[in-house]
Ligand binder design. Structure first.
Ligand SMILES: [Zn+2]
Length: 169
């Protein structure tokens, strides 16, 4: 079922989503024309081009603008495959990729501790950290306390390494 445009009195189909609030939890549904008018009049998007608005939505939804993400994924695909093979012990070292071979081994090891692929985003890393820290924190750990403390140290060290690496970019 297609909703009608939320603009009072408008009878066109509301096919464009416009956020009601800045936290983007609720949306209006406007026709194209009223969505453009709404976006123009709303401070959050004041002065932004339609492309910038679109990028902003993508960033909110996916963590980065889609075109950047696609480009990055394309660039890194071979290298990611190689490093994932390396981490899982499948690599034969026959095909060393030419691109970005400078990723420090301590960063690779840290990602391995987090059980994340080399393509992991900072967002994935920090949410994994919160999960693992909760699991192994000596105060909250449900299993063996000594092992938990050891793991917690390991995770904290790995997180420091990743934090340093990612904050440089
Ligand atoms: Zn309308």
């Amino acid at each position: 079922m297609i909703k009608k445009c939320d603009h009072p009195g408008c009878t066109k189909a509301g096919t464009c989503r416009a956020p009601k609030t800045r936290d983007l939890r609720e949306y209006w549904w406007f026709c194209r024309e009223h969505a453009a008018e709404y976006n123009k009049n709303w401070n959050y998007y004041a002065g932004m081009t339609p492309e910038e608005i679109e990028e902003d939505w993508e960033r909110q939804t996916f963590g980065s603008p889609l075109k950047d993400k696609k480009q990055t994924e394309q660039d890194n695909k071979d290298y990611i495959n190689f490093l994932n093979d390396f981490i899982s012990g499948r690599s034969t070292f026959d095909k060393t990729p030419s691109k970005r071979t400078t990723l420090p081994s301590r960063v690779v090891s840290a990602l391995k501790i987090f059980e994340l692929p080399i393509s992991a985003s900072w967002r994935e890393i920090s949410s994994r950290y919160r999960l693992l820290a909760k699991k192994y924190h000596p105060d909250t750990a449900k299993s063996n306390k000594d092992t938990a403390a050891e793991n917690f140290t390991k995770i904290s060290n790995a997180y420091d390494i990743l934090k340093k690496h990612f904050s440089k970019k």
